[in-house]
Structure formats: structure tokens, C-alpha cells
Design a protein around this ligand. Structure first.
Ligand code: NAD
Length: 522
């Protein structure tokens, strides 16, 4: 049997023009199709728990395709998972941190070894194209590696402190909280389950994961890699099911010591308030974005058009970092839009598991409806659909076309609200100051970009923009493409609660609390 190659694919990998990669992906797809329809269990301590009631994990590429079936978890299942996590906690906390890191690094290697199989399943599950799916899998592995490296660099977060007397020795120790709930979204179904869960476990916490019901299989496969890496039972638990039952129990149960939620603003804010109703517990909420790019008269318009195209339409505009609005100076607006439209109209839309298709489907009917409603609204309110605005005639999938809208007033809803679909609004401005004002005039503050060759303009942008992740003149993506250890990723304002990004050097500390230990000796 031919061995599967291992390749480093990141979100900055622009071309899939590599025969070895393509044939490895083809082979993995075939293997993935053989596995379709399997019923998977929840993971509760050492138990693989099935249930009478299940739900189907269907592909957005073809809604008749049932990838897998998962249990409809109940509140009792969640309580049992929390009990298992609490039972496993003391031993995991007391495991020397170097041993914890060894297990996590082993899991990272297993994930990288399985990159093609995991990516093929993910492509079917959420409709990512080949490179995007491979990137998500490799990001998960790199998150485990990076957080482990950071923990090691900090020597386990034990710091000798000063002393006021000869007899006294003090140290500051960061210690885990206990059990973390991780609630993850559909759009990075492995990296945003595995990253937060990995951070929590590296720090010595145990975990209960609730993956998105649109993408439970990628979360489950992450758990399988942990098991195969030798993680003790109960350190990682997984309960599938709805936000209303599984999510609500995680929010309300006092056996949960901390939470990381990644998803929409509406659900995130509900959890942010509810989780701390009775007493303070740490909760990191990573939420939506309405990410702007600014194109000034001093921009290289080819780079700007390429960067905008990639960020607005990569994974169908369903990245939290996706570009959804551009503010371009009037003097160059028409030329920029023409260059953008030229590129966007060459995007191939279709089954993203096929090598030539760059854009696939949106995740479900609700998302497709959001798209068609937004297009209708743009037309009704006097906007011009420069390209796109249609839905492919695909009976069994949800395939919008990449859409660029101009001519709407800057205060229009489509400039303000996150849609999470492949629709980009472009507005004209008189100056950089006006662009910055508009860019910041939103509840969100996740990512932002600028295209300008003028240093003073770039400085002003960096000083003024309200966003956690910013890029200047980035052809590979105006606002997207963060990678562990390269770009920290976290939102400001309504986009995130902690002010410390995932993927970055201040992340793993959020799973720890400080204890000052003063010991009086002889
Ligand atoms: P979502 O908010 O619909 O769901 C996220 C998770 O919350 C899912 O697991 C869901 O089942 C669960 N959930 C739903 N209702 C719940 C409740 N009442 N209690 C507890 N849990 C509940 O988000 P989505 O559609 O899966 O993902 C898209 C959203 O996520 C977008 O808004 C996007 O911007 C955001 N996002 C943000 C980041 C970031 O890092 N800031 C990253 C990825 C996605």
C-alpha cells in the first residue's frame, strides 16, 4: 500500500497544484466515503455511550448524504460527563506537566499523520475545499504544539518571588481551575474544538466538549486522536446534541469551572451573562465579526483586489475573520471594483471535494436564506450587484455565488450586521479618516485590513483601528488566515471577551489561576 504523504498546509498555502497532494486527497476521499453512515457514540469517561435518539450529520454539498449519526445528548449525559471529568481531574492536574505535554504532542503527530483522512471527512462535513480542510486539520495539530511549547517556555508557570525575610520563600504558581466546558462552532470544526480543549488540558484541566450539531464528526475525530495518543479516560469527554439541552446544562451546572465558547454574538452574550449569574467563573467568548478592509488611493489595487477576493469568499465567507465590507477612496473606487469583479467572476463554485472548485456550499438552508434575503434587500435599497447574487441550480446542496454589492449607503444594515455568507459590500469614502470612522462604527472588532503604500496612512490605521487582528497589504487575505504562533487571534468589543487571542502567547494562561505560596522554613 502506498504511504500517505505528510505536508505542511497552512491558510497561506495559495495553490493546490501538487499532484502528490491531490492524489493523496482523492484516496482519502474514497476511504471517507466508505465510512459514511456510521453511528458514533458520545465519550463519557471510559464509556462510549450510544443513545436511543440520534441526529444525522448531513453534508451541505448534498443533503441526501448522511455522513454520520450522533446521539441526541440529554442533560443526564452532560451531568455524567461532568462527573467523569471531575473524577479524572485530580490525577490529570497532578500529572507532571512534561508528561501532559508529551501526550498532547503525540496527539498532534497523530492528527498530522491523518491529515488527509481527517480533511476529507471535514470537506464532506462542512463543505470546505481541499486546502481549507487540510489547513484546519494542521492548525489543530499546531495549536497543540504551540500551546505545549508556550507552557514549556514558561517552565510550567512557576515563578520564584521576592522575600522579606531569610526564613520565607515565596513563589507564584499558576494552577488549573478544574473542568472546562468547550462549546465550538461549525466553521473550524476541528481547530476550534481542539484548540480550546487542548489549551485547557495542557494547563491541567479536564474537558467536556460540545461540538456544533452541524459538524460533530470533526470534534469526535479529535477525541479519537487523543485516545490514540494515550490520554487517560475522563480527561476529554464529548457530548453531542443541541444548544438548548447540552449547551444549557454546561452553562448552568456548578460542576463546570470555566468555559470557552466560540460562535455567534447572540449565543455568546447569553452564555457570558448566564455563566456568571451566581458567582464569577472564567468564560472566554470568541464571537462574530463584521470585518472591514480599507483601500486608499495609495494602494496597489491588484494586491488589494486579490486580498479582498480571498478573504471575502474563502470558505464562502463563513470564516469569523471573513472580509464583509470594503471602504475604498472615491478616486480609485471604480478601478478597484473592476479588478475585484474580474477576479471574483473566475471563482469556481461547486462540490469543494473536487480539486478545481474553490468555493463550495454554505452550511445549511438558513445560511442560504440569509444570502438570498441579503441580495434581495440590496437590490430593493438601490444597490448594484456587480457580480454574483445567484444560487447555483444544485438540487441537493446550498451553493450561493460569490457576490459583490456597490452603491448602498454606508449606514445600511449590510455594512453593519454579520451575515456569514459570501456577500461583500463595497462603499466609497472621501478620506482615510472617514474610512476609519466607518470601519470602527460597529459593535464588532475582530479582524481588519488596509491596502496602502503610504507609511503614514498605515501608521494611522494601526493606531486607530479597533480590531484584535489586523493586516497590512496582505495579498493572501485582507483579513483572514491567522496561524498558531504567527498571528494571535481574538476579538475586541462585541467580538471577544478576554482581550487575549487564541493562537498566541497569552492564551494558555487563561486556563490557569494564580496561587501565591509563601512557606516559612527553618
Ligand atoms: P452558533 O452561535 O450558532 O453556535 C456555536 C455553538 O453554540 C454550537 O455548538 C451550538 O450548538 C452552541 N449553542 C447554540 N445555542 C446554545 C445555547 N443556548 N447554549 C449553549 N450553546 C449553544 O455559531 P455557528 O453558526 O456554529 O458559528 C458561526 C459563528 O461563530 C459566527 O458568528 C462566527 O463569526 C463565529 N465564530 C467566531 C470565531 C472567533 O474566533 N471569534 C471563530 C469562529 C466562528
Amino acid at each position: 500500500m502506498a504511504t500517505t504523504p505528510r505536508m505542511k498546509i497552512t491558510y497561506a498555502t495559495l495553490s493546490a497544484d501538487n499532484e502528490e497532494l491531490q492524489s493523496a486527497f482523492d484516496a482519502a476521499l474514497e476511504r471517507a466515503r466508505e465510512e459514511l453512515g456510521t453511528t458514533y457514540p458520545m465519550i463519557i469517561g471510559s464509556e462510549e455511550r450510544f443513545a436511543d435518539e440520534t441526529f444525522e450529520d448531513r453534508s451541505p454539498i448534498d443533503r441526501d448524504l448522511v455522513l454520520a449519526r450522533f446521539p441526541k445528548g440529554t442533560r443526564k449525559d452532560v451531568r455524567d460527563a461532568i462527573d467523569a471529568a471531575r473524577e479524572a481531574y485530580p490525577a490529570w492536574r497532578d500529572t507532571p506537566w512534561r508528561e501532559r505535554l508529551t501526550i498532547m504532542r503525540r496527539a498532534a503527530e497523530i492528527i498530522s499523520d491523518r491529515q488527509f483522512d481527517l480533511a476529507a471527512l471535514m470537506a464532506l462535513e462542512v463543505g470546505k475545499n481541499r486546502l481549507e480542510a487540510l489547513g484546519d486539520v494542521e492548525e489543530t495539530a499546531d495549536l497543540l504544539r504551540y500551546y505545549s511549547d508556550e507552557f514549556e517556555k514558561a517552565d510550567g508557570f512557576v515563578k520564584p518571588m521576592g522575600s522579606l525575610s531569610e526564613a520565607e520563600r515565596t513563589r507564584s504558581v499558576l494552577r488549573p481551575y478544574g473542568v472546562f466546558a468547550i462549546i465550538s462552532p461549525f466553521n473550524f470544526p476541528m481547530a476550534l474544538a481542539g484548540g480550546p480543549a487542548g489549551g485547557a488540558m495542557i494547563a491541567g484541566n479536564t474537558v467536556v466538549l460540545k461540538p456544533s450539531s452541524d459538524a460533530p464528526l470533526s470534534g469526535w475525530k479529535f477525541g479519537e486522536a487523543l485516545r490514540d495518543a494515550g490520554l487517560p479516560d475522563g480527561v476529554f469527554n464529548l457530548v453531542t446534541g443541541t444548544g438548548d439541552t447540552v449547551g444549557a446544562e454546561l452553562e448552568e451546572n456548578p460542576g463546570i469551572d470555566g468555559m470557552v465558547f466560540t460562535g455567534s454574538y447572540e449565543v455568546g452574550m447569553k452564555l457570558y451573562r448566564g455563566f456568571t449569574k451566581d458567582y464569577p467563573r472564567p468564560i472566554v467568548t470568541e464571537m462574530g465579526g463584521k470585518n472591514p478592509a480599507i483601500v486608499t488611493r495609495n494602494a496597489d489595487l491588484d494586491i488589494a483586489a486579490e486580498g479582498a477576493m480571498r478573504s471575502a469568499f474563502g470558505f464562502d465567507g463563513q470564516k469569523c475573520s471573513a472580509l464583509s465590507r470594503v471602504y475604498v477612496e472615491k478616486a480609485v473606487a471604480r478601478e478597484f471594483v473592476d479588478k475585484l469583479v474580474e477576479r471574483v467572476s473566475t471563482i469556481k463554485v461547486g462540490d469543494p471535494t473536487e480539486r478545481d472548485n474553490w468555493m463550495g456550499p454554505v452550511i445549511n438552508q438558513r445560511a442560504l436564506d440569509k444570502f438570498t434575503d441579503a441580495v434581495a434587500e440590496a437590490k430593493k435599497d438601490g444597490g448594484t450587484i456587480e457580480t454574483g447574487g445567484e444560487v447555483l441550480d444544485a438540487e441537493r446542496g446550498y451553493f450561493p455565488t460569490p457576490t459583490v454589492v456597490t452603491g448602498l449607503p454606508l449606514e445600511h444594515r449590510l455594512f453593519k450586521e454579520e451575515l456569514f455568507v459570501p456577500l461583500l459590500v463595497v462603499g466609497e469614502v472621501d478620506s482615510l479618516d472617514q474610512a476609519l470612522h466607518e470601519a470602527n462604527d460597529t459593535a464588532y472588532g475582530l479582524t481588519a485590513g488596509i491596502f496602502s503604500r503610504d507609511d503614514a496612512e498605515v501608521r494611522r490605521f494601526l493606531d486607530t483601528i479597533q480590531a484584535g487582528v489586523v493586516y497590512v497589504n496582505r495579498r493572501a487575505g485582507a483579513t483572514t488566515g491567522a496561524w498558531p504562533g504567527i498571528q494571535s487571534f481574538g476579538g475586541w468589543k462585541g467580538s471577544g471577551s478576554s482581550g487575549k487571542g487564541g493562537l498566541g502567547p497569552y492564551y494558555v494562561q487563561q486556563f490557569l489561576r494564580e496561587q501565591s505560596q509563601t512557606v516559612i522554613g527553618e
